[in-house]
Design a binder for this molecule. Structure first.
Ligand code: CP
Length: 318
C-alpha cells in the first residue's frame, strides 16, 4: 500500500518496524535541536474535516521537524463549507502535488476514498468510527517503552483492558487490531448499548462489568464518551456513567499493582476517568502518549514518503 489507512493493512512486522523506526525520533525530540532534513523539499497537507488538538499538531510538528513544508487545511475555513464534494477536494489537493496528505474525517471510509483518488501517500488521522492507526501505534510505543522499563518488550500475553464507548471508538478498533496482531490478551468493556454487535468477530473478551474487566490487567485504556456521535435512546448521564464505568482510584486497585493507565485524549474528567487517576505521576501514561505521538507520526511520514524520495519503500523489506 502507498497509504496508511488502517492497522488492518499492516502485518505484524510492519507494525513493529514503525515502532522501531519511531525510537530514533523519540531520542531526537528530547534534544534541544529537533530538526533534520529528511523530508526537505516535500510538501505535506494536513486536511482536517473534524476538530483535533493532538493529532493535527503532532502531524504538523512531525513534518516540520523532518524538514518538510507543512500546510494545514481546516475544513471549516475551506470550500467544503460552500458545498465542494470530498472527491473534488481530493482532486484539488492532488493537483497541488502534495507529497503526503494526512486526513481526518467524520465519515468511516472517507480516507480510503481520497487515497484512491490521489497519487501521493495518504495517512489516516481518524475516520469516523473506522480507524485511527497512528493513535494505536503511539499507544503501542508507549506500552513498549513502559514494558522495557520493567525488563520486557513482549506484547504476547500482555493483559490490556480497553474500556468505555467501544461502539463509536476508532481508537478502540485500531488498538484491538494492533494488540491482537502482536499477541496481547485484549479485553473490551462497555455498557451494553455501547458494545458493537460484531465484537464476537474480534479476538477479544467482551465485558459489560467494568470491575471484572480490569481484574489483574497490566494496562487500563480508558476511552472518551463520544456524545457527538451518540444517537438513539442511550445517552447516559455523566453521573451514571462514572458510577458504573469511571476509572477511580478505588477501581484501579482491581488492576495489577503495576498497571499503566492510558487515555487517548481529550478526556472527560470526572466521567470516564477521575483527575487523581489521570494525573497520577507513576501510573498515568497520558502525557507520554502525546510525546510518542510526535515520534510515531515522524516515523510514518518518513517511511511512507520513501518512494517519493527515491528510497526503496518498506515493501522491499518484507
Ligand atoms: N487522540 C486524539 O486523536 O486527539 P485529538 O482529537 O485531539 O487529535
Amino acid at each position: 500500500h502507498k497509504d496508511l489507512t488502517g492497522i488492518s493493512d499492516l502485518p505484524p512486522w510492519q507494525i513493529l518496524y514503525l515502532l522501531d523506526e519511531a525510537e530514533q525520533w523519540v531520542a531526537l525530540n528530547r534534544q534541544r535541536n529537533k530538526h533534520v532534513d529528511v523530508l526537505a523539499g516535500l510538501t505535506i497537507i494536513n486536511a482536517f474535516f473534524e476538530n483535533s488538538t493532538r493529532t493535527l499538531l503532532s502531524f504538523e510538528i512531525a513534518g516540520k521537524r523532518l524538514g518538510a513544508d507543512v500546510v494545514n487545511m481546516h475544513a471549516a475555513q475551506s470550500s467544503v463549507k460552500k458545498g465542494e464534494t470530498l472527491i473534488d477536494t481530493a482532486t484539488t489537493l492532488n493537483a497541488m502535488r502534495a507529497d503526503a496528505i494526512v486526513i481526518r474525517h467524520a465519515s468511516s471510509g472517507a480516507v480510503r476514498l481520497i487515497a484512491d483518488k490521489v497519487d501521493c501517500p495518504v495517512l489516516n488521522a481518524g475516520d469516523g468510527r473506522h480507524e485511527h492507526p497512528t493513535q494505536a501505534l503511539l499507544d503501542a510505543l508507549t506500552m513498549r517503552q513502559w514494558m522495557r522499563s520493567r525488563g520486557s518488550e513482549e506484547f504476547t500475553g500482555l493483559k490490556v483492558a480497553i474500556c468505555g464507548d467501544i461502539l463509536h471508538s476508532r481508537v478502540a478498533r485500531s488498538n484491538v487490531l494492533l494488540l491482537t496482531a502482536l499477541g496481547a490478551d485484549v479485553r473490551v468493556c462497555a455498557p451494553p448499548a455501547l458494545m458493537p454487535a460484531a465484537i464476537e468477530q474480534m479476538r477479544v473478551s467482551a465485558y459489560t462489568n467494568f470491575d471484572e474487566a480490569i481484574d489483574d490487567v497490566d494496562v487500563v485504556m480508558m476511552l472518551r464518551l463520544q456524545n457527538e456521535r451518540m444517537s438513539g435512546p442511550f445517552i447516559p448521564s455523566a453521573r451514571e456513567y462514572r458510577h458504573l464505568y469511571g476509572l477511580t482510584q478505588t477501581r484501579l486497585k482491581r488492576a495489577a499493582p503495576h498497571a499503566l493507565v492510558m487515555h487517548p485524549g481529550p478526556m472527560n474528567r470526572g466521567v470516564e476517568i477521575d483527575s487523581d487517576v489521570a494525573d497520577h505521576l507513576e501510573r498515568s501514561a497520558i502525557t507520554t502518549q502525546v510525546e510518542m505521538g510526535v515520534a510515531i507520526r515522524m516515523a510514518c511520514l518518513d517511511v511512507l514518503t520513501r518512494r517519493a524520495r527515491g528510497i526503496e519503500g518498506w515493501e522491499a523489506l518484507s
